[in-house]
Design a protein around this ligand. Structure first.
Ligand code: GCU
Length: 424
């Protein structure tokens, strides 16, 4: 080979290496880290330093929980209600005889009225003991997550969506199976997990109206509905997840000590808040939950408090609006929300192109929540740098960032299953 050929070869090689490096720099620059300082995790509001998990549980944890209730999500009313369950349908040879399908009506009755939720479950038949269960809301009705013709079409309010073909806030047979791509039920069953899901609008329609759903039922009839705005829809959806848990505790077909709650996007926000409030959930998964979910507010990357309050005024406590363009005054940030889940396994998933949800902010929340996991001798996230795309972390706090957009994909599910298998 002549010297000239060798020189050209190295020149080409150098150019390619430079191009790859430049691309990496551009990609990292896209997710920049602005200046901000976040509230202290292990110092109480009165300045006491927390050194043990006992001190954490006795003082700092309740303090943080109360701050999220008063400033962010609102307080779930302690109203009196009665719960009753009715199995509507039970098929022991579902999914080619690999699972049991159960549809169960959960009825909440208060002095004012009653409301019925429809829970759909698939339980694997391949294992002898009661299996762990993935529990999460769906966006458009139970019938949309499967082609199974026996699943009832949702009767409650559903979101209008041109991509789903739903309008007039009603679901029809035409949307059966339309969300199949987000729910790999067969793969979940095959891995030895049950799946339990319910349409989130069953608990509270996703609209700025506090005169419907569980808000209406749990309000004091002497109060005006506006007074009830102290708890937004994220809190009411979290309330609904806990009622599903009440049912699961009674169902001997599944292992209620291994209930994994998960949610995508707004439903990921609800899953995190439910996991913080209700310690019966033993694993929590947030997928692309973004602003009001896992992402740090103070980074002000992607969706901000002002954006979310303007577009979804009914999601949070009325008081949360005072933090529009005023993040620094908020006494909490979302690493504190994640810390409330410790020591239970927590998994945060992001997507590279989902800049509205601020992937780096979702990751850093997990990083900054880690000291609480360490109080319990658990392992959280140790580096401030995002792991490479497609290389998940499976410590007691798990994380991945994958290629692609805001979505719930087969790749995400593979990691959730692997994470759950590792920790159960
Ligand atoms: C909007 C909203 C997000 C939310 C998302 C979703 O994009 O701004 O905060 O997570 O909807 O739930 O799909």
């Amino acid at each position: 080979m002549s010297l000239r050929v060798v020189a050209v070869f190295f020149l080409v090689l150098n150019t390619i290496t430079f191009a790859i490096k430049a691309q990496t720099i551009i990609k990292n620059a896209k997710i920049k880290e602005p200046d901000y300082s976040i509230p202290q995790l292990l110092t109480t509001q009165s300045g006491v330093q927390i050194k043990t998990f006992k001190e954490w549980e006795a003082t700092r944890r309740p303090e943080i929980l109360a701050l999220f209730e008063s400033e962010v999500y609102g307080t779930q009313p302690k109203g009196i209600y009665n719960l009753s369950y009715k199995i509507l349908e039970n098929d022991t040879v579902a999914l080619q005889n690999s699972a049991i399908r159960k549809q169960c009506a959960i009825k909440v009755t208060t002095a004012r009225d009653s409301l019925q939720f429809n829970l759909l479950m698939y339980i694997p038949k391949s294992i002898s003991q009661p299996p762990p269960v993935f529990l999460g809301y769906n966006f458009y009705g139970n019938h949309t997550i499967t082609n199974d013709p026996a699943v009832y079409v949702s009767k409650s309010w559903v979101m209008n969506s041109s991509s789903m073909g739903t309008n007039h806030n009603t679901a029809t047979e035409a949307t059966r199976g339309k969300r199949l791509h987000r729910w790999p039920i067969e793969a979940i069953i095959k891995a030895g997990f049950a799946v339990a899901t319910m349409h989130y609008g069953d608990v509270d329609p996703d609209k700025n109206d506090f005169s419907d759903g569980i808000h209406r039922l749990l309000s004091n009839s002497k109060q005006k509905f506006e007074n009830n705005k102290s708890w937004g829809n994220i809190a009411s959806w979290a309330w609904g997840l806990s009622r599903l848990m009440d049912y699961l505790v009674e169902d001997i077909a599944i292992d209620a000590k291994k209930v994994i709650i998960f949610g995508h996007s707004r439903l990921g926000k609800a899953a995190l808040w439910a996991g913080a409030l209700d310690q019966r959930f033993s694993m929590i998964i947030s997928n692309d939950s973004g602003c009001g979910g896992a992402a740090l507010f103070r980074r002000k990357e992607g969706e901000t408090i002002k954006d979310i309050n303007a577009n979804f005024p009914h999601w949070f406590a009325a008081k949360f609006k005072k933090y529009d363009d005023n993040e620094d005054k908020l006494p909490v940030d979302q690493h504190l929300l994640l810390s409330l889940i410790a020591p239970r396994p927590l998994y945060i998933a992001s997507a590279e192109n989902d800049l509205w949800a601020d992937p780096k902010g979702e990751y850093l929340s997990a990083y900054y929540a880690t000291p609480v996991y360490e109080l319990y001798g658990k392992e959280g996230i140790l580096s401030k740098n995002l792991p490479p795309t497609g290389q998940p972390i499976y410590q007691d706090i798990g994380y991945h960032i994958r290629e692609g957009d805001h979505n719930l994909t087969a790749y995400d599910w593979l990691q959730f299953i692997a994470f759950a298998k590792k920790h159960f």
